[in-house]
Design a protein around this ligand. Structure first.
Ligand code: CP
Length: 320
């Protein structure tokens, strides 16, 4: 498979809206190629040898931080970890000073997760290194959307014309915003459903329908995108009791049994089992939750490869 670069080179990955259709197609085609690399006995290519990135995570992460670190190592690059608790941020050093000092150590790319919406853009306007948004407040989580769409395309062939329902805490979910934007770009018909207190105002302006009763819409959709209840961001009073939430909006064993035969279920993780989903969903044959995690490495390899200019001096990033 040959390497196909996007029409213009990708400078940063801050959000879905900034990506052209060519960028998205290039990320998917490279992710497919890198997924085949990951299936080899030695799942490493020399494509980004000598490059160095930093995982600048100001919020907790298991999947995103680990898969960026793994993606870098599979491309023969280095990914420096950053421990917030052990850093000089604890002494009052600012985000910008932290990033500039790390960049001064000759880092090619900064992967940032931060509680403030706009943190990734803020750094992208001030650093020479490329910046990847790994989640900024309630704003966007573009690599999650890319890996979710990649996983759905792998299973369904296309998102064109598919009905996708995002369920739960839409208001505090950066995944929801990125996924709505990307699924719509790929031709899906998108709807959201949740308690009125967890649906943001004017969400329909993103091009999605809004439902407040799960049982009215759940059994008609092709994709159920369950979302984590973001306890750390929800204000007092916005969340019903766990019991009430599960009864009204949870993907329970009973609801699972009534889904369309071909319907698939995704969730970005981490899951609050017994709240947004019953544990039985993990055994559901059409649950793609672990496929999402596996694909996260290939999609993030593609993102790092394209941002780090891996195509500039390589005929093929994945020689057989
Ligand atoms: N989906 C996701 O962003 O998971 P982490 O918080 O573990 O990175």
């Amino acid at each position: 498979m040959s390497s196909k670069a996007p029409a213009r080179s990708l400078r940063h990955l801050l959000g879905i809206a900034e990506l052209s259709d060519e960028d998205i197609a290039a990320i998917f085609s490279h992710a497919e190629m890198f997924k085949s690399v990951l299936g080899r006995p030695i799942p490493v290519v020399p494509a980004l040898r000598g490059k160095t990135f930093v995982n600048l995570f100001f919020e907790a992460s298991t999947r995103t931080a680990s898969s960026f670190a793994l993606a870098a190592s599979r491309l023969s690059a280095q990914c420096l970890g950053f421990s917030l608790a052990a850093s000089a941020v604890r002494k009052g050093e600012t985000l910008l000073d932290t990033a500039r000092n790390i960049e001064a150590m000759r880092v090619d790319g900064v992967i940032i997760r931060h509680s403030m919406a706009g943190a990734a853009r803020f750094l992208s306007e001030r650093l020479r290194a490329f910046v990847v948004n790994a989640g900024d407040g309630c704003h966007e989580h573009p690599t999650q959307a890319l890996l979710d769409a990649f996983t759905l395309r792998e299973k369904l062939g296309t998102l064109e014309g598919r009905r996708v329902l995002l369920v739960g805490d839409i208001a505090h979910s950066r995944v929801a915003r990125s996924n709505i934007l990307l699924f719509r770009r790929l031709g899906a018909r998108v709807a959201v459903c949740g308690p009125p207190t967890l649906i943001p105002p004017r969400v329909e302006e993103l091009g999605c329908e809004v439902f407040y009763r799960l049982d009215r819409v759940l059994y008609e959709v092709d994709v159920v995108n369950m979302l984590r209840v973001q306890n750390e961001r929800i204000g007092a009073g916005a969340f019903p009791s766990v019991r009430e939430y599960r009864a009204l909006f949870g993907l329970t064993r009973e609801r699972l049994a009534r889904l369309a035969r071909s319907a698939v279920v995704i969730h970005p993780g981490p899951v609050n089992w017994g709240v947004e989903m019953d544990y039985e969903v993990s055994d559901f044959p059409h649950a793609l939750i672990m496929n999402q995690v596996t694909n996260g490495v290939a999609v993030r390899m593609a993102v790092l490869y394209l941002l780090a200019g891996g195509h500039a001096d390589e005929d093929s990033p994945a020689p057989a």
